[in-house]
Structure formats: structure tokens, C-alpha cells
Design a binder for this molecule. Structure first.
Ligand SMILES: Nc1nc2c(ncn2[C@@H]2O[C@@H]3COP(=O)(O)O[C@H]4[C@@H](O)[C@H](n5cnc6c(=O)[nH]c(N)nc65)O[C@@H]4COP(=O)(O)O[C@H]3[C@H]2O)c(=O)[nH]1
Length: 530
């Protein structure tokens, strides 16, 4: 026994002299020592191994790496052995910590994606062997971003920790609750007897989420959307199962949140279609597949074209002409709307310029602004730049925004609208009547025009409620000195009703459908600018 051993184990050589190790180590430990010694003697060769040794001085178990080497006679027979142990406890602890950091989520203490992948792999192998189902539950918290943004990241972090702790209470020990990232969690249920068991767990998860959370004296109410995919029916490997549970979760969100949805193959079809549309839309701008059609807005007094609305179209190489209702939402969700919106603005300005150069007296052009564009900090600067680049004045443009865009961040909206007005741009509220319809903001925002949504116009004469709404909008607008345009006018009857209630501007198939620029020239400009 050397000095290091004396220091490490708190044993003194003189105390050990003429004693037996069994006086210092527990019986189980002694049994292990002797077995190893026997191994060395029998094999007549060195062995090395890791073992846990009770350190009576530190009063704790230590992990050591031990080498045992025999010393043999000239005939090769082991006579005695020397053992050397290196204390590797601290190194092992560090390794364990690194392992934990690599496989557990630091915030919630739950398994992270890496460990989850491993667990799913094992669960699938087991499921295959035992012919049992495995369920992957993809959970996304509803509106977590709002809590995080409004109450701060510290509250958001505490909430995630609480959520994680609650999830663990509703699953069996052999199941895995993992943090997938952000506010997404995955629950892995292995060895399922029947698919419906997954729904039972999903419901328990929704129930524990629905109980109020008390974080820093604030009571928070949270819900979640859950997508479930099952092995083997919905996917034979990890990636398919994760992807399909994600798709199902997306459907749960669309179904109004706070619910769970099993994956169905039709969902995959829709997800694939969405994905390929996204890829195609990214190419659409580069490949000049976007174009504008223009629809006149007519003044009934003098049947003059008061303005034109620019309406976006996509000439898809395989699917033909696609209407904006089919792709604007996708463009918004993927952030492509910023580039597309800028293209629409520039193209509209260039078109006005081109018509002017051909000698036509062109009225104002109305352009649709998506909510995302409207909230962009650079909106006014972008419009100013495009007007400068195309040499056009702001008063040529009307920007159409929807009611809902005006309801958030009122101060900011007021500022943006003032800046746009300072450029000479008119503001029109699109689809009026379908949103929040508050009179007070119309006055405050100094809106120029309201456009009555075509859903009201199309029901004139059939639906007395819609008829009453139109009459009320017209009376109110008259009071506030705001112009009104009725959208979607298709019949003389609608025109007559609207005109008799004080609406004098119209847009709709009755006058003209949206047309490409050359047809506007031949059908409209040449008629009114002969
Ligand atoms: N049934 C019927 N429909 C009529 C009639 N008259 C016009 N319409 C349609 O009504 C829609 C009017 O546009 P919106 O309400 O601004 O609604 C627009 C607008 O919200 C959005 N949109 C169009 N272009 C753009 C754009 O450049 N940017 C953004 N962000 N949105 C756009 O897509 C929506 C749909 O556009 P479109 O499919 O072109 O549909 C147009 C137009 O074709 C009629 O008499 N009967």
C-alpha cells in the first residue's frame, strides 16, 4: 500500500499491517476482490476492470479503475499479485453530467430530442417483437407565444417547467415525455393494447393543461393541441411517425385547438399538396408566374371608373390560373407575402405608369395589403421607395386593409395611417361587416372608404338581416362622410337596392370581372378615353 492509497482511503499502512482486507471492506466487496484475484491466478495474466469501492473515510462509494497483475515463477506459475486502483469517480460524474446535458432538456429535465429518438427506436423494436402498437403524441401549447411575449421569457420558462411536471404525472413509468423544442412536447406510449388508449392519455394531458397555472402570482390558463400517430399503421419508422403526428397536431389546431386528432392518410395528402404548393410558390416570383388582373370600381352618378382594384393571380405551369384565396394564406404563413406584396405594389405602379404613357387617363389603383405587410415596420419606407423608383405620386394609390388589422396596436396603426395619408395614399377598409365593425375607430383612423363585403350584397332580397346591415352601414358612413363601395354586385336588383339606400360606388361582375391589363385597355380605357 502506498502513500496515495493512505491518503485516498484514510487507511494507514501501520494499522493495516498484519491485518486482513475483510476488516475494512464490506463482505460483498471482499467476495468480489477474491473472485478477481482468482481470475488473475487462473489466467496468469493481467486484468483490468471498473469497480465500486466503499470508502470508509469519505463514507461514500467511489468508482475505481483497477489493474491486477500476477508475478510468476520461472515456470510461469503465479506466485502473488499486485493491484493498482485509480479513483475515477470525478471523471465518471463529469461524464454522466455531459451525457445528461446531451440527452436531457436543461429547462424541464425531460428527455430531449436525442434521447427521445433512442427511446422511440427501442419502442419500435419492442413493438415489432411483441406485435404491439406504439403511439407518438405531438403536443403543442396553444398561444404560448402570447404568454412569452406579454409576460416575459422567465414566466414562459416557469410555465414550461410546470407543464412538463404535469405531463409526467399522467403517463406510466415506462412511457416517455420529452421536450421536442420550444413549446412542443412528445409523449411516447409503448406496448399499447389498443389505439384508443392513446386517446385516453391525450385527454388526460389536455385535462391537466386546462387546470390553471399559478406562476409568479399570475394565474395562467393554457390549452394544447395534440396529434397522434400510431406504429405500425401510420409509419414504420421514427421519422414517419413524428412527421405524421405533427401533421395531425396541425389539424387539431385548425379544428379550434384544445383537442386531439389521430393522423389520417388524407391529412398527409393535404400536407404534401401544401408542401409542393409552397415549393412552387417560391419559384413563382422568380419565374414571373405572378400577374395582376384589374377590376373597375364604378361611380353610379356618372358611370365613370372611379378606381381599379389590382387582384393577384398565379399562372401555375401545371395547374393553370390560381386565385389568391388559394395561396395568400400560405404566402402569409411562410413569410413569402413580404416579397409578393412588394411585387404587387411595384407592378401596380408600373402599370399605372405604362397606361399613362399610352395616353390613358388612369384613375386610382386599389391594392390589397395583407395583415403581415401592414404590420411590417418598413411598410411606409418600402412604399415611398417604390413610388420614387417608379416616379409615381402617392395619390394614385388606395390601400385596402381588413378591419381586423386595425384592432391591434392602435397607436401604431394610427401612426402608420398618418404616414400613408401624408404620402397622399387613400385608405379603404376591405370586407367591411365581417370583422369587428367598431364605429369609433373609423372616425379615429380617418378612413376614406368602406367596402361592403360581397357576402352581404349577394344575399340582398333573400336575407332581411343582411339587408338591414347594409342599410345601417350606409347610414353610418353617410354620417361619418366616408365613401362606400359595394363589392360583388352581379344583378340589377342588387344595384337598385344599394343605390336607393345611398351607395354610389360599385364593383362586381355586373360591370366587369377582373381583367388582364390588355383587356382593360381594349374594353375600358378605349371606351372612356376614346
Ligand atoms: N362572386 C363574385 N366575386 C366577385 C365579384 N366581383 C369581384 N369579385 C371577386 O371578389 C374579390 C374582391 O377582392 P377582395 O375582397 O379584396 O378579396 C381578395 C383579397 O382579399 C385577396 N387578394 C387579391 N389580390 C391580393 C394581393 O395582391 N395581395 C393580398 N394580400 N391579397 C390579395 O384575395 C381575395 C380574393 O381575390 P379574388 O379571387 O380576385 O376575388 C376578388 C374578385 O374577383 C362578383 O360580382 N361576384
Amino acid at each position: 500500500m502506498n502513500n496515495a492509497c493512505e491518503l485516498q482511503w484514510g487507511l494507514r499502512f501501520k494499522d493495516l499491517y498484519d491485518t486482513d482486507a475483510s476488516q475494512f471492506f464490506p463482505p460483498e466487496q471482499m467476495k468480489f476482490f477474491l473472485a478477481k484475484d482468482k481470475e488473475v491466478f487462473e489466467s496468469a495474466s493481467q486484468i483490468d476492470f471498473e469497480e465500486i469501492i466503499w470508502n470508509s473515510s469519505l463514507k461514500e462509494n467511489r468508482i475505481v479503475h483497477t489493474f491486477k497483475k500476477p508475478f510468476c515463477s520461472s515456470s510461469g506459475k503465479p506466485l502473488y499479485l499486485v493491484g493498482m486502483s485509480v479513483d475515477i469517480t470525478e471523471r465518471k460524474k463529469a461524464e454522466h453530467r455531459i451525457m445528461e446535458m446531451a440527452t436531457y432538456d436543461m429547462l424541464t429535465g425531460l428527455p430531449n430530442r436525442t434521447l427521445l429518438m433512442d427511446r422511440i427506436k427501442q419502442a419500435l423494436e419492442q413493438g415489432r417483437r411483441n406485435q404491439k402498437q406504439v403511439a407518438v403524441l405531438f403536443i403543442d401549447l396553444d398561444n404560448f407565444k402570447v404568454i412569452n411575449d406579454s409576460l416575459g421569457h422567465d414566466v414562459g420558462d416557469l410555465l414550461l417547467q410546470e407543464v412538463a411536471a404535469r405531463f409526467v404525472t399522467v403517463v406510466r413509468r415506462e412511457d416517455t415525455v420529452a421536450r421536442h423544442g420550444g413549446d412542443e412536447f412528445i409523449v411516447l406510449l409503448s406496448n399499447l393494447y389498443k389505439a384508443m388508449d392513446a386517446e385516453v392519455v391525450a385527454q388526460k394531458i389536455l385535462d391537466v393543461l386546462n387546470l390553471p397555472f399559478q406562476i409568479d402570482d399570475v394565474e395562467l390558463h393554457v390549452s394544447g393541441s395534440i396529434g397522434i400517430s400510431l406504429f405500425p399503421d401510420d409509419g414504420k419508422n421514427i421519422w414517419m411517425l413524428l412527421k405524421n403526428s405533427d401533421i395531425a397536431m396541425y389539424h387539431a389546431k385548425k379544428k379550434g385547438r384544445n383537442n386531439c386528432q389521430f393522423f389520417k392518410s388524407e391529412m398527409n395528402k393535404r400536407a404534401n399538396e401544401r408542401h409542393s404548393m409552397e415549393v412552387d410558390l417560391r419559384n413563382a416570383l422568380k419565374c414571373s408566374e405572378l400577374l395582376l388582373h384589374y377590376q373597375p370600381i364604378v361611380n353610379i352618378d356618372d358611370t365613370k371608373v372611379y378606381s381599379m382594384e389590382a387582384l393577384l393571380r398565379w399562372r401555375h405551369p401545371k395547374n393553370g390560373l390560381i386565385c389568391p384565396t388559394k395561396f395568400i394564406r400560405l404566402a402569409e404563413e411562410t413569410g413569402m407575402i413580404a416579397l409578393i406584396g412588394e411585387w404587387v405594389l411595384r407592378q401596380s405602379c408600373l402599370q399605372i405608369k405604362a397606361w399613362r404613357e399610352q395616353g390613358y387617363e388612369v384613375p386610382k389603383l386599389a391594392i390589397n395589403l395583407s395583415a403581415i405587410q401592414f404590420r411590417q415596420k418598413t411598410l411606409v419606407a418600402d412604399i415611398t421607395r417604390i413610388l420614387d423608383e417608379t416616379g409615381l405620386e402617392g395619390h394614385c394609390l388606395i390601400l385596402e386593409i381588413t378591419e381586423s388589422e386595425l384592432m391591434e396596436n392602435v397607436e401604431e396603426v394610427v401612426r402608420t395611417l398618418q404616414q400613408l395619408r401624408a404620402l397622399g395614399i387613400e385608405i379603404s377598409i376591405d370586407d367591411f361587416g365581417t370583422g369587428y365593425s367598431s364605429l369609433s375607430y373609423l372616425k379615429r383612423y380617418q378612413i376614406n372608404t368602406l367596402k361592403i363585403d360581397r357576402s352581404f350584397v349577394c344575399d340582398i332580397s333573400d336575407n332581411p338581416e343582411d339587408t338591414a346591415i347594409i342599410a345601417a352601414i350606409l347610414a353610418m358612413a353617410d354620417n361619418l362622410k366616408i365613401h362606400v363601395v359595394a363589392e360583388g354586385v352581379e344583378t340589377e336588383e342588387q344595384l337598385f337596392f344599394l343605390a336607393s339606400h345611398g351607395c354610389f360606388r360599385f364593383q362586381g361582375y355586373y360591370f366587369s370581372e377582373p381583367l388582364p391589363a390588355p383587356e382593360i385597355e381594349s374594353r375600358i380605357w378605349k371606351r372612356i378615353n376614346p
